[in-house]
Each structure stands twice: as C-alpha cells, then as structure tokens.
Design a protein around this ligand. Structure first.
Ligand code: ADP
Length: 213
C-alpha cells in the first residue's frame, strides 16, 4: 500500500536524486527541463516528507526512507498531549447508576475513578457497567469502586509519550482508552495524577487530520 501518493514528477525527482545525488536543485531542474522555481514546491514536499534530504552547498540526496518509515516518523513525533481529550472522572463511592448517567451525559465509553486530589484509583468501561447491571445487584446502591479495574492494573500513558507508542498499548492490551497521567512521586509509589484521556477516537481524528481533511 502506498501511504503517500506522489505525483509522476515527484517520482521522477526521486529517481534522479537516487541515481545522481547529491545533486543541486538547479541540476534537477535542468534534467527535467523545468525552471528551478517550478520545482521548488515538489522539493519542499519531498524533503518535508523525509524522502529527500537537503544539505546547503551540497544539494539533495536520497534518504532511503520508505513512505512507511515516514508515517512511523510522523506518528512517533506527535505527543499524546497534542491529541488527548478531557478526562471524565468520578469518585469510587458514586453508584454504578450515577456512573452510567455520567457516561451518557459526557458521551464517553470509559470513566476514570480518582481519589481526592485527582489521583488515579481505577477505571470503569461500558462492559464493566453492563456486567454490574447483569449481576443481580442494585446498581443504585453498588459503588463503582466495586466493579472498576483497579490500580496497579491500569495501563496508562503520559503527556509526552508518542501517539504511536500509546496506540500500541491500546492494541496490545485490547482496551479502548488510556488515562493520561503525570507521576506524583511525592505522594508515594505508583501515584498518578490524571490529566487527560487518550482514546481510539483521538487516533481516528488524527488520522483524518493528517490526510488534510
Ligand atoms: P469495553 O468495556 O467497551 O469493551 P475496554 O475494551 O476498554 O472497553 O475494556 C475492557 C476491560 O478492560 C474492562 O474491564 C476495563 O475495565 C478494562 N480496561 C479498560 N481500559 C483499561 C486500561 N487502560 N487499563 C487497564 N484495564 C483497562
């Protein structure tokens, strides 16, 4: 699959640079019978995409990178904090009923459970709520803390983690969302303050925006 669609002219430029590089923009233009100015946008795109490198006074050279590597490079450079959503949090003594209402009102599939100060205690997903509702207990009395997945078994991400790494966690652990947290070492081991929510929707939105839509 071709992730980056190149024009015929861009493909020709790559071929010229691969065979003759390092080569100046002027020389490439001559080989294509074009003006240097006409070529400028294409060279800018190819260098920005990382397919060509440019060195002052030397010229353009072929980086050997595939479009696939370029995608990995882009996703590896975008941080979770650039795409994350607002976290929706409740305390662990709220009822399952109220937690479900919160999910509906806030339109989220997972809510995070925090203690005073915003420290992560656990999280509850749609399926946790379904399970609780089918268990024969009164969900108006059952606290969400009883049905949630609890620390330290929570997979988290960090504001400065790459989107690619966080997406790998979602896939690997087969979950829909990750709390974005900042460690709070002064509060003791494994204490995290919740600062965001990273979900499959964030990735879908990024995917569409990277396509320029
Ligand atoms: P759904 O319940 O809609 O299928 P998930 O696939 O995210 O949503 O959740 C499946 C199970 O994994 C639930 O029991 C949930 O508590 C747990 N879970 C969800 N996200 C995480 C996470 N980041 N870390 C640990 N467990 C999680």
């Amino acid at each position: 699959m071709n992730y980056i669609e190149l024009t015929k002219r861009q493909e020709k430029i790559i071929e010229i640079v691969r065979n003759h590089g390092p080569i100046t923009g002027e020389e490439i233009a001559q080989m294509l019978n074009l003006s240097r100015a006409a070529l400028r946008p294409d060279l800018a795109i190819l260098t920005m995409a990382g397919l060509l490198g440019a060195r002052p006074r030397v010229g353009y050279y072929y980086t050997g990178r595939e479009p696939r590597d370029v995608i990995a490079g882009v996703l590896g450079n975008i941080r979770v904090q650039e795409v994350q959503s607002r976290p929706i949090v409740v305390r662990e003594d709220v009822t399952v009923y109220d937690a479900i209402v919160t999910m509906f009102i806030e339109d989220v599939g997972t809510i995070f459970v925090v203690s005073e100060g915003g420290f992560l205690e656990g999280l509850a997903s749609r399926k946790d709520m379904l399970k609780a509702s089918m268990g024969g207990k009164d969900i108006n009395k059952l606290p969400v803390g009883v049905v949630m997945t609890r620390m330290p078994n929570i997979i988290v991400t960090y504001p400065d983690e790459s989107v690619l790494r966080a997406a790998e966690k979602l896939i690997h652990h087969q979950v829909d969302s990750l709390p974005v947290v900042e460690p709070a070492p002064q509060e003791g081991a494994e204490k995290y303050r919740v600062v965001g929510r990273f979900t499959k929707t964030n990735i879908t939105r990024l995917f569409v925006s990277l396509a320029g839509k």
